[in-house]
Design a protein around this ligand. Structure first.
Ligand code: ARG
Length: 397
């Protein structure tokens, strides 16, 4: 048997290599994708080989992640339950897709992932695999093995000469990529406790941010962020730069309690400086470019699209259909948004577009007003007619 195993280099996935080898009498190929988590990938690759993998595949997925997953979610305005920019939920389908591709390339019989039975990530990996390669077996060792505590895993690893990561006693489960970071566990399981200062990875404490504020202009072309202050940047670099700038001011911290797919609520602490600023700027441009029914309908769809991503349904038919609608709304989403950034805060200060539907003449209360106020009389006669009738016939309070 041949198994392609998702591998991060951490303790769980390191134990998976010998465990899968022994349990399934299998040859193990590891797969590690770089989504911008900022880790030493050559070292991770070497560790996989030292731990017993026959082949260790590592590739840079940042551009594909941003172009095919992050940008569509940004265009959609997808924030799960109105808050979470979905960096993990967007990363999983791509990793699953690559796992499947590597499995097919190597003629493997199964793929394996290191997700627990309690989280959303197992759903995302497995539904993606069910869509893309319905015949492949999926193995989730963490749902099967007896290594139920960190101590048991460490003993298991030591017996097999697997180096134990020398972590600075951070009791957190962290998932990071270029679009954001999720930090779970530890003291944060108490909903009343403020997240400890050492939990944050991408943002400074707003109390220690630089004084004053900075302003920047973010340029969009057909819904895609393309420039900062007039300097054209490819999307990966633009996001990385915004993470730096806004992160230094403590912008992008999100503390939320969310509803997981598997039925429980969990406290999640997220960071996404670029994600927060870009979502804010993008929707601001839509406010001037989209007509009222399209804008309002799209805001409602944004919530559903976010839930669909969260729920692991990326490769299904509904995502394609929704994305076609979203794409068609972005044709004129070209223009600039001014954003001011200060300690812990990003604020919109201006917006402009060659396709803006904002009409000075219609909006002004000064000279040059082109709005026909006499037409409002007839408009109100009909607009309120049904309520006038109701008021006459049925109103009781
Ligand atoms: N709750 C978030 C989600 O479902 C983040 C999961 C983060 N995963 C992790 N292993 N820390 O998308």
């Amino acid at each position: 048997m041949k198994i392609v195993c998702a591998y991060s280099g951490g303790l769980d996935t390191s134990c998976m290599i010998p465990w899968l080898t022994e349990r399934y009498d299998a040859e193990i190929i590891t797969y590690t994708g770089d989504l911008g988590q900022g880790e030493d990938l050559p070292a991770i690759r070497q560790k996989a080989l030292n731990t017993g993998a026959s082949v260790a595949v590592v590739d840079d997925l940042q551009k594909r992640f941003v172009d095919e997953f992050v940008v569509p979610a940004l265009k959609a305005g997808a924030l799960y339950e109105g808050k979470y920019p979905l960096h993990t939920a967007l990363g999983r389908p791509l990793l699953a897709q690559r796992l499947v591709e590597v499995a097919l390339d190597h003629g493997a019989d199964a793929i394996a992932h290191g997700c627990t039975g309690k989280g959303n990530d197992q759903v995302r990996f497995e539904v993606a695999a069910q869509c893309l390669a319905p015949h492949l077996k999926v193995i989730a060792p963490l749902r099967e093995w007896d290594l139920t505590t960190r101590e048991l895993e460490i003993d298991y690893a030591l017996e097999r000469n697997i180096p134990i990561p020398i972590t600075k006693a951070k009791p957190y489960s962290i998932d990071r990529n270029i679009w954001g970071c999720a930090i779970e566990c530890g003291e944060m399981e108490d909903l009343w406790q403020e997240p400890p200062a050492d939990a944050w990875m991408m943002t400074s404490d707003p109390a220690e941010a630089p004084k004053g504020s900075i302003e920047m202009v973010i340029g969009f072309d057909k819904g895609v962020p393309v420039s900062i202050d007039g300097e054209t940047l490819d999307t990966v670099h633009l996001i990385a730069r915004l993470n730096q700038i806004a992160g230094a001011y403590g912008v992008g911290r999100i503390d939320m309690v969310e509803n997981r797919v598997v039925g429980l609520k969990s406290r999640e602490v997220y960071e996404g400086p670029a994600a927060v600023v870009l979502h804010m700027a993008h929707v601001e441009l839509e406010r001037i470019v989209l007509d009222r029914p399209t804008f309002q309908y799209k805001r409602k769809l944004a919530l559903d699209f976010a839930t669909l991503i969260y729920d692991g349904l990326w490769f299904g038919p509904l995502r394609h259909a929704m994305q076609a609608f979203i794409e068609s709304t972005q044709q004129h989403l070209t223009g600039d948004v001014r954003v001011r950034i200060s300690a812990g805060l990003a604020q919109i200060t201006g917006r402009r577009s060659p396709f803006s539907l904002y009409d000075d003449g219609l909006a002004t209360y000064s000279d040059g007003d082109t709005f026909d106020r006499t037409a409002a009389v007839g408009f109100l006669k009909l607009y309120g007619l049904s309520y006038q009738t109701w008021g006459r016939v049925q109103r009781t309070r």
